[in-house]
Ligand binder design. Structure first.
Ligand SMILES: [Zn+2]
Length: 201
């Protein structure tokens, strides 16, 4: 699945866990982190037509990052860098595994290759996990999931007052939230207007 889809799923996990700004970012990045092993495509693309191509994408994608060893490494770093250590470590673990689950569900290649997940690496290569009903990378299910996560992210931003933009720039995030609330009203405003806040009967 697309790294942005994974990232937004991780963002939702960080929101559900009720974490602060830095911890939310760590958990959101955990959602996309396994795909760091796909960066080899750059080297592969550059060397592909040479006499000795370096097939770093084919050889290492879904190998180096999509396993429990890398997950534990990431979670240890998350606990070291995070503020609420146990919570951020647990949420990063969940976010990381959501990535693996999404890949199992919808990352079949156009050529039919299933990109199995060697879950137990680097301790063992005994498990090469696939799912027989896995859909293709370009399938509508992935588009639907990405669309739903974008809508959820916008809703959470409107409701809670922060979005992934804040990871890069809190000032830009404030502007984004102000724009959303100017367009859709402030959270709770509609309830008040309808006399549903429990006070104005
Ligand atoms: Zn992946």
């Amino acid at each position: 699945m697309h790294p942005v889809t994974h990232f937004l799923a991780g963002w939702a996990v960080g929101n559900a866990a009720g974490l602060g700004r830095r911890d939310r970012a760590i958990v959101a990045v955990a959602g996309a982190a396994p795909d760091l092993d796909g960066l080899g495509w750059v080297v592969e693309a550059v060397t592909f037509n040479s006499d000795t191509p370096l097939l770093w994408y084919i050889d290492y994608h879904h190998v180096l990052g999509h396993n429990i060893g890398f997950c534990l490494l990431y979670c240890a770093a998350a606990m070291w860098l995070g503020k609420r250590r146990m919570l951020v470590g647990g949420a990063a673990f969940l976010s990381f595994h959501l990535h693996l689950l999404f890949d199992l569900a919808g990352s079949r290649g156009a050529d039919g290759y299933q990109w199995p997940i060697p879950y137990l690496l680097p301790f063992s290569d005994a498990w090469q996990i696939t799912w027989s009903h896995q859909w293709r990378l370009g399938a509508w299910q992935n588009d639907a999931l990405a669309g739903a996560l974008v809508l959820l992210t916008i809703y959470l931003a409107w409701r809670r007052g922060y979005s992934p933009v804040g990871i890069v720039s809190p000032a830009a995030d404030t502007k984004f939230i102000d724009t959303l609330r100017a367009r859709f009203g402030k959270p709770g405003e509609n309830r008040k207007a309808r006399g549903l806040d429990g006070k104005s009967y």
